[in-house]
Design a protein around this ligand. Structure first.
Ligand SMILES: [Zn+2]
Length: 240
């Protein structure tokens, strides 16, 4: 099985005008980390299916702030824990709930405005489900369109699985900070996947040690091409 990084189209080559300005409804605060001293905000991790509206803290979690009290951060994190998949790391800045905002323009079957977030038309997701692709969970958004004939856009909830292989990473401590989950490296220039870490039950996932990187299986890539989906780019990532 081959694997590909799913990304937006290269800058300046878009054929569709679709765009959005939106934020997820709720989020954990950032954290001034007492362990590594970092100013952590894991913006790539999002669970759009999670509804926090019944929580007393919901109003507070609509704002973003930098928390300096680790105990307070941890209490908020534990409150959300039962609602998210077991694989979730819940780093500072993790987002929840629907994307709220506005959208406009022509939109292809999928819209990848940021490399870590995939919006998809409802009918396109149904096509992918009918093809038997696994792990594609569409969540409602609250995007307002001004134009007529606007599509229904869903956000894919993408779980954390799989790792970059140590062979493509710099010679630093490869373990995440035990408190905030930050890594001491960014996206490698020549990425390699760690074969033993890859999930066998999903066709789309985000890397645990590179949560802004979305990886899809060859099966998913072939389906996108065969169905004629547009406005994305694929780059094969070798597996070791
Ligand atoms: Zn830390």
């Amino acid at each position: 099985m081959r694997f590909y990084e799913l990304d937006s189209v290269p800058y300046g080559t878009a054929r569709y005008t679709g765009e959005y300005h939106a934020e997820h409804k709720w989020g954990l605060p950032g954290l001034l980390c007492p362990t590594c001293g970092g100013n952590a905000a894991g913006i790539a991790e999002a669970y759009p299916s999670v509804d926090l509206s019944e929580f007393p803290e919901a109003k507070q979690l609509e704002k973003s702030w930098l928390e300096e009290d680790y105990g307070r951060f941890e209490r908020l994190r534990q409150m959300v824990r039962p609602l998210v998949p077991a694989s979730a790391r819940l780093r500072p800045g993790t987002h929840f709930g629907p994307l709220v905002g506005s959208a406009r323009g022509n939109i292809a079957q999928i819209l990848i405005q940021y490399p870590w977030l995939v919006l998809i038309r409802r009918e396109a997701l149904e096509q992918l489900h009918a093809e038997g692709l696994r792990g594609l969970k569409g969540c409602r958004t609250e995007l307002r369109f001004r134009q007529k004939n606007s599509p229904e856009l869903l956000e894919l909830e993408i779980e954390l699985h799989g790792l970059y292989h140590p062979g493509c990473l710099p010679p630093v401590d490869l373990a995440p900070c035990e408190t905030c989950g930050s890594y001491k490296f960014g996206r490698p220039k020549e990425p390699l996947l760690d074969g033993a870490s890859l999930p066998e039950h999903l066709d789309l996932f985000r890397l645990r040690n590179g949560s802004a990187t979305l990886v899809i299986t060859e099966r998913f890539a072939d389906t996108l091409r065969r169905l004629g989906f547009e406005e994305f780019s694929l780059r094969e990532v070798p597996v070791r």
